[in-house]
Design a protein around this ligand. Structure first.
Ligand code: ANZ
Ligand code: ZN
Length: 835
């Protein structure tokens, strides 16, 4: 048979693997475990190349570790709640549950067609009641630990999707899904107090040497720790309850340069300042305009800084000077104190603001070594270091030192305190949506907020709901869902109708995989103690911030509640690059999508996997190439033919692999073949095991195949060392198996291997076999390269010299000249100096 029929063959082995449940694992305390996890997908219905890449990487790791004798947990499931299902319901009238289940079925069979080594018995889907029951239970654990609370909050609101958006779902001020301009709306919302964990989430990044630096930097920036001071600007007379305005600054060294103060439009003092204000109308109009901007716009450096004077003043805490109070679009209410001291000479935003409104600019830091700054001549703020001027007693001080000195001065007089701030906000988890886990809280007129008792979980999503785009959750239209009994007093009460952000579901799924069928607990302590941490997590860099931060937060909370024994979930992280087509990301809108199904149809799953692993190192972007796919396919056919060709000659050889190799008994060709075999095993072991360099591992396998073909063609049949050759073929199949499991399973059987290839121990290599018999020695004459000789490996200096000088080609080269000196570097070079 010239070519193998991959379609039959792949289906055959997938069925056999499934029938014999060879990827099912259980806790085995006598074996070392390995938890290999790929980010679970959203069940959109179709696998794309990004998935194929993600799961092919994970599968090689899982198969490799299994063959190395570890107890490998390699699960798969579905991040199955979320908006698309609901949008499909609005558009096509299909219930979200049905839409999702059908998509899951479809994608599961696509995954199975790839031959991935998942333990399907552990499959989870976050939208099934046996999963979201525990998401709700976990919500309640956070609630009881005072880590979940409700407050009125201005949220990003997309009027077209009729939902709240997280900040990161707002792109350039518009909804990431539908591009509608995002507005602000004040709603009662549930939050998780992730800010309580900000410092630990930051500090513990140091515990993660197995994470890419770029991901840690992104997390660090997102957490955004800054050190500075809060200080009070007194109001000359009390306004409502306010006697002073507290500002947060990281630059208290510039306090003598304050020329105005800006409040966020939402700052509570603003209302007081509008009392009896003859410009009230004008100011309110300005505020309305700002409130419609997203936070992203308000913090963008590009936005024009705009503001309005309130007509009021406050006093600089150190100088006692009068400072005008403005309202500005670039100050956020929920960062720091929602009030900023304006220092136009040294802050670019303030500089732009002051220039626009003709506010004074006061230089208080002079750069060293260049001409003094003059306020009138500045065209941008000076935000670097220097020496303090115009700063009273602090004149002449380096500004870095003044930071501390001024903080101390403020603290001494009770006018301020040192303060650490985080950019990280509490996690807004409320969604006014149907297709999510209902928040298990009941609102009672008498008892207030009441958690749903454990025995009443899950709070089930009702099946038939009406979908129409409105501001309210569809759950509100179901009175039988809304109306309930208060679990505490038994009186009629109402259920919370918000559902949870799907990031909540994905913050703990790696724990559920450890106990997927447990009806009594979210996860059993014994199971998570055995399986956790995830040894290798693999996924897209688009999850570098939120998902990973939330999963880390959950793990820390659960660790504090003593429900798990680890406080970081993911030991090692690999963020795979994108799959590109002609340099661009594959996307429907660009029309450059290659469908995995089509590739698997045409070439088989083994080819698709091999190509994708061979085409680039996993972290890099990968350029799709039809020729590359062809090449991968031809290579597998070539391996197939090689083994076919030896079917007959090897038939009666019972030994599959040589237990040990005695190189001294081998002739030159055999020794070289043995060297190539053992070298390939070593290279693949190290490239996959230590570095995840799958592409170079595949190259090494290809070189071995070339070497074996060369041997086949060069050495006459009757002189071929068949036991050695068979040993080589067996090792070749074993090291190729994680990449191309189906064809290797078939080849393993045709070599006479027993059991499944995936269940074999990883082959070993013999360091002694790696030693080359001969090495190339460069011969130089007066420093110029003249000859290359093949000589025995490992000759000492003297032997090397004498062998080179005795070599007939060297003798000819010397032509009787007078040898003055010979310099020899073992295994490398001999330089002969002649006169
Ligand atoms: C005066 C000043 C002078 C500032 C100067 C900077 C440079 P990070 O490092 O991100 O924490 N700020 C404070 N609260 C703000 C808010 N709610 N909205 C917008 N901006 C706010 O940034 C802290 C700096 O951001 C603070 O230090 C404040 O401006 C501004 F030469 O105060 B600074
Ligand atoms: Zn009650």
């Amino acid at each position: 048979q010239e070519r193998y029929d991959f379609q039959d063959l792949e289906r055959k082995w997938q069925q056999a693997w499934e029938r014999d449940n060879i990827y099912g694992v259980t806790v085995d305390p006598n074996k070392e475990k390995y938890y290999c996890l790929e980010m679970f997908p959203y069940p959109s219905g179709q696998l794309h190349m990004g998935h194929v890449r993600n799961y092919s990487i994970g599968d090689v790791v899982a198969r490799f570790k299994t063959m190395q004798g570890l107890q490998v947990l390699h699960p798969m499931g579905w991040d199955a709640f979320g908006l698309p299902a609901e949008n499909a319901a609005i558009k096509h009238g299909v219930p979200p549950a049905q839409w999702t289940t059908e998509n899951i079925a479809n994608m599961r069979s696509q995954l199975q067609a790839m031959g991935l080594s998942y333990d399907w018995d552990r499959e989870v889907a976050s939208c099934y009641p046996d999963y979201y029951k525990w998401t709700q239970w976990l919500f309640l654990q956070l609630y009881k630990a005072n880590l979940a609370y409700k407050k009125k909050a201005n949220v990003n609101w997309c009027s077209s999707c009729a939902t709240v958006l997280a900040n990161e779902q707002v792109v350039d001020g518009a909804c990431e899904r539908c591009d509608t301009v995002v507005e602000k709306k004040a709603l009662e919302q549930w939050f998780f107090r992730i800010t309580d964990y900000a410092q630990r989430l930051l500090d513990d990044l140091d515990k993660l040497p197995g994470w890419p630096d770029k991901v840690k930097t992104m997390q660090e920036n997102w957490i955004g720790r800054s050190e500075g001071a809060e200080m009070d600007f007194a109001l000359p007379e009390k306004k409502g309850d306010f006697e002073k305005i507290r500002v947060y600054t990281t630059r208290q060294d510039t306090i003598y340069g304050v020329t105005y103060l800006v409040l966020a439009p939402e700052h509570p003092l603003v209302e007081e300042l509008l009392q009896n204000n003859n410009r009230e109308e004008e100011i309110r109009a300005f505020i309305r305009k700002v409130l419609n901007l997203s936070d992203i716009d308000r913090t963008s450096t590009d936005i024009e800084k705009e503001g309005i004077f309130t007509g009021h003043y406050c006093l600089n805490p150190l100088t006692g000077e009068k400072v005008a109070i403005w309202i500005g679009n670039y100050v956020l209410v929920d960062y720091g104190t929602g009030a900023v001291m304006g220092v136009p000479a040294h802050d670019q935003r303030d500089f732009e603001f002051a220039t626009k409104y003709n506010l004074p600019i006061q230089v208080v830091i002079q750069p060293e070594g260049i001409p003094d700054l003059v306020a009138e001549d500045m065209d941008h703020a000076y935000d670097e270091d220097g020496i303090l001027v115009n700063s009273g007693p602090f004149n002449g001080m380096k500004n870095r030192e003044a930071l501390a000195a001024i903080a101390t001065e403020l603290e001494k007089d009770g006018k301020g305190t040192r303060k650490v701030n985080f950019r990280l906000r509490d996690w807004l988890i409320s969604r006014q949506r149907y297709w999510g886990a209902p928040i298990p809280i009941v609102h009672c007129a008498t008892c207030g907020e009441v958690p749903v008792p454990d025995e009443q979980l899950p709070v089930m999503l009702p099946k038939d709901v009406e979908f129409k785009p409105s501001g309210e959750s569809p759950l509100r239209s179901r009175e039988d869902f809304m109306n309930c009994q208060c679990p505490s007093c038994g009186e009629p009460a109402q259920r919370e109708t918000d559902t949870m952000d799907t990031f909540v579901c994905s913050s703990w799924y790696f724990l559920r995989y450890c106990s997927p069928k447990n009806d009594d607990e979210a996860f059993a302590r014994d199971d998570v103690d055995y399986w956790m941490n995830v040894d290798q997590y693999i996924g897209g860099v688009e999850h570098a911030i939120l998902h990973l931060l939330y999963a880390r937060f959950f793990t820390k909370v659960l660790s504090d509640l003593n429900l798990v024994g680890v406080d970081e979930p993911f030991e090692n992280l690999l963020t795979q690059g994108m799959v590109l087509m002609d340099g661009a990301k594959m996307s429907k809108s660009k029309g450059n999508v290659v469908s995995p199904e089509e590739i698997i149809q045409r070439y088989g799953a083994d080819t698709a996997r091999l190509f994708i692993l061979f085409a680039a190192p996993p972290e890099r972007d990968l350029e799709w190439s039809d020729r590359g796919v062809e090449g991968a396919h031809r290579f597998l056919q070539r391996v197939w033919r090689l083994i076919q060709a030896y079917q007959e000659p090897l038939r009666d050889l019972s030994t599959l692999m040589l237990p040990h190799l005695d190189a001294s008994t081998l002739n030159r060709e055999d020794k070289e073949l043995a060297r190539q075999i053992h070298y390939a095993v070593k290279k693949v072991t190290e490239d996959v095991g230590n570095r995840f360099n799958f592409n170079t591992a595949v190259s090494a396998i290809m070189e071995l195949v070339n070497a074996m073909y060369l041997y086949k063609e060069k050495v006459p049949q009757e002189k071929q060392n068949l036991p050695l050759f068979k040993d080589g073929l067996a090792r070749l199949v074993l090291i190729l198996a994680p990449f191309a499991p189906h064809v290797c399973e078939e080849l393993w059987k045709s070599l006479g291997g027993s059991g499944y290839v995936h269940q074999q121990p990883w082959p070993t290599y013999d360091e002694k076999a790696l030693v080359k018999d001969e090495v190339e020695i460069v011969v130089q004459l007066n420093g110029k390269v003249k000859e290359r000789l093949s000589l025995a490996n490992g000759l000492d200096v003297e032997t090397l010299k004498s062998q080179v000088l005795a070599n007939e080609r060297v003798v000819a080269l010397l032509g009787g000249k007078n040898v003055v000196k010979v310099i020899a570097v073992p295994n490398r070079l001999v330089n002969i100096v002649v006169k």
